[in-house]
Ligand binder design. Sequence first.
Ligand code: FAD
Length: 352
Amino acid sequence: MSNIPKILIVGQGIAGTVLHFSFFQSGINAELISTLLPGNASSAAAGIINPITGPKYQKSWKFDELMEVFIPFYTDLERTICLDFFHKMRMYRYLPGLNQINKWIKRWDDVVDSKFYGEFVKTLEGYPEYEGEGTWGEIYNAFRVDFNLLINAYAAFLQKEDLLRNDVFNFEQLKVDKDQVTYSDAQYDHIIFCEGYRLMENPYFNYLPLIPAKGEALLIHRKIDNEVMTKRNELMTQWDESNIWYGATLQNSFDSIGPDHNSANLLIGKYNNDFNLTPIISGHLSGLRPTVSDRKPLIGLHSEYKSLCVFNGMGTKGASLAPLMATFLVQKILENIDIPAEVDIQRFRKEN
Ligand SMILES: Cc1cc2nc3c(=O)[nH]c(=O)nc-3n(C[C@H](O)[C@H](O)[C@H](O)COP(=O)(O)OP(=O)(O)OC[C@H]3O[C@@H](n4cnc5c(N)ncnc54)[C@H](O)[C@@H]3O)c2cc1C
């Protein structure tokens, strides 16, 4: 066996795409097997990177560390595949009353966070419908990764290199021994599963506490400034030439994985409330986010079969998390550097 490990990645959502390019940056051309299955998360997502989330306007988990990695990572990926998919955005969060404004000011005064919490803006230029009694807080260092553009272009890039098989991974063709693994008669040093919520069906990793959280968003016929994102009742960003993306719901219990009428009505109501406008709907997206009981990614090697690995659990934040998390798995496989315990799957024990 040569020193360059032979790797197969299963699943090409944002996780598989980012992980593949991380290996590529280290001189490894991994193979990938993937097909677009119902309920995948990446094709419903806007790819927004928002450093300030939640009702208390907290900075997202490890955001500084993540940003240090994702900016050069996506910039390098853009250069490699000659595609403009990563955008720095101006982002505005609606602060409906004095209480919220004071919370913002408290954060604003914190010198450490001053690169994220911006000034107040009374009216947003180009959004006459937004005028109201509240105010807007500008969020600095927000970005957007156009997932669909990136994933499709990366698939084409892999196809040119003959590295992508458009197929369902079939566990009946997998043979696993302690130190080696074969799939469809080809031998690999590592097979890495990036299956999104379908990890639940993976016989080697289905003990991990992955909780699918359904999300739905509307595509609405409308044109806005494509460098601006807003969040009032919901997030809004330009999606393509003639449509915006507005969403998303977050449902932990649901009857179907596809778009649902009730969710559409809920979003229409919120849009109405935001703009006093009835939306012209051009699409309805849904997907299942791979979230985890402790809200941290799932990365690592199977405790018994070290050739089998997992790269998953990106939850609601695949765009910002995936690049740093991928460096942890790449370093583990290539240099045997420990994965940080808080994201290593070893934190969960398999019950026999
Ligand atoms: C409505 C919505 C909005 C969101 N908005 C954002 C956002 O703005 N910003 C953000 O960062 N995150 C957002 N997210 C979360 C984000 O989508 C996820 O964090 C991320 O997409 C997870 O990526 P993944 O690659 O792990 O999973 P997935 O995107 O589900 O990808 C898994 C891939 O593997 C394939 N696959 C699975 N099993 C097999 C198999 N056996 N054989 C072959 N192929 C297989 C699937 O078909 C799929 O293509 C949103 C999610 C939703 C649903």
